[in-house]
Design a protein. Sequence first.
Length: 156
Amino acid sequence: MPQILPRHPHLKSVYQNRLRVPEYYWFDPFNPEDWAGFELHGRIYEQNLHEAQNSLVSQFLGLALTRWHGIYEDTEAVWLRWETLQGTLLPTPQEARDAEKQRANCSLKSIISQERLKFRSPRFILDVQDKSYFKSLSPLRCHCLKLEVKAIKSFS
């Protein structure tokens, strides 16, 4: 197997001899086929041979680096992404924020749906007349419920 020479031999030497970083990877974003991984064995980096389905496996992290084509920070290109050993991509910060917003929206829809069911019960009618029902709610639920009541009254 031909030896791959690093683009920045000085950096590799610093990581290997001074910092003793257990794993070292390089990637050329202008030539996505130019990428490699190395593991520190003793005092010398050896090429990472733990390749699986177009990924470089990090034994140290228990994750894999994969080349991923997509849009990141408004730029479409081939990027390196971490993935689980089962092949599930770890979310980017934007993907994590989007997923959190989606979870929050689903939670809000669930609260509204639960409150709608209470509108149909005789107990709800009594509670609303007493105003005690609103005192027992969190501010978010109370606000949502008041919006729902206004919406129902406008359709009645």
